[in-house]
Design a protein around this ligand. Structure first.
Ligand SMILES: Nc1ncnc2c1ncn2[C@@H]1O[C@H](COP(=O)(O)OP(=O)(O)OP(=O)(O)O)[C@@H](O)[C@H]1O
Length: 263
């Protein structure tokens, strides 16, 4: 697949927590409709890297060098008020525990309606209509039951899918997914992966997926960026990085994976 338009560009980015550098000189471009897999061992800086563009590094976290462009905007210079508008609407985020961020005391339907109303003027009826239309596209079953349930009445996997649907309802051009499948059963993992691929097909969404799972990368990514200790080890087309890794660290990461899943 060939891509034209870069929608998110990291340019020589360094990131520190409390003066200690944890991401060093990272550059990459995410194009419209591209799925980028971000891999590397625990602590290599994957989450830090994607949090940086949302301005959610937290106290002590700071981009100390480089630029992150979203279209014409340099996200590094943007005031919090503008970043808040970008979060959710322009750059959606799915965490490992997206389902756990649902409130336990309100029905799924109410929460989906409220999340849409929080982002703009929309009637409850229209919000419900949007949600049901998306559920249908994502092949949700028993939509009425899910809608009327409290999170504890649904499986962890179903809650995770609801969390993803909430992010998708904003129809953000960019979706950042941080280990979205690692807490799920294998069969539900596959569903979530298919859901994200479908999202790209339907809406042309650009996706960065952070994962430990090379199988997930192999199933969905167009490009792969390998991080170690905050530094880029390898970056390129998924087929090339996975089938013909040039870097010793990438080779090591891949050697732990059975060959079968790399097809
Ligand atoms: N809020 C924070 N304050 C200080 N240091 C942090 C903070 N968050 C992360 N770090 C440090 O930054 C480095 C990168 O962490 P990060 O969570 O980005 O790695 P990761 O690759 O996403 O790891 P994992 O796969 O375990 O989620 C680690 O050394 C971590 O200890």
């Amino acid at each position: 697949m060939e891509f034209n338009e870069a929608i998110l560009s990291y340019d020589s980015v360094d990131i520190s927590y409390n003066g200690q550098k944890v991401v060093k000189d990272v550059s990459f471009q995410l194009h419209k409709g591209e799925i980028l897999g971000l891999v590397g061992e625990s602590g290599s800086g994957k989450s830090t890297l994607i949090k940086a563009c949302m301005g959610i590094l937290g106290d002590g976290g700071m981009v100390t060098r480089g630029d992150i462009h979203f279209g014409q905007k340099n996200l590094i210079d943007l005031p919090e008020k503008e970043l808040r508008q970008i979060r959710g609407a322009d750059i959606g985020m799915i965490f490992q525990d997206a389902g756990a961020s649902l409130s336990p005391i309100r029905t799924v339907g109410d929460q989906i309606i409220e999340s849409q109303m929080a982002h703009g003027k929309i009637s409850r009826e229209k919000a419900k209509e949007n949600a049901f239309s998306l559920f249908e596209k994502l092949n949700f079953r028993e939509v009425d039951r899910v809608w009327n349930s409290y999170p504890f009445e649904l499986s962890g996997g179903m809650n995770q899918r609801v969390g993803i649907a909430i992010a998708l309802l904003m129809n953000p051009p960019i979706l950042l997914a941080d280990e979205p499948t690692s807490a799920l059963d294998v069969s539900v993992q596959r569903q979530v992966v298919e859901e994200m691929i479908r999202c790209r097909e339907l809406f042309g969404t650009s996706i960065i997926i952070v994962t430990h799972d090379i199988g997930v990368v192999s199933a969905m990514a167009d490009t792969v960026l390998v991080l170690k200790n905050g530094e880029m080890m390898e970056y390129g087309k998924a087929s090339e990085v996975l089938n013909n890794p040039q870097n010793d660290y990438t080779k090591l990461l891949l050697s732990a994976v059975p060959k079968l899943v790399r097809k």
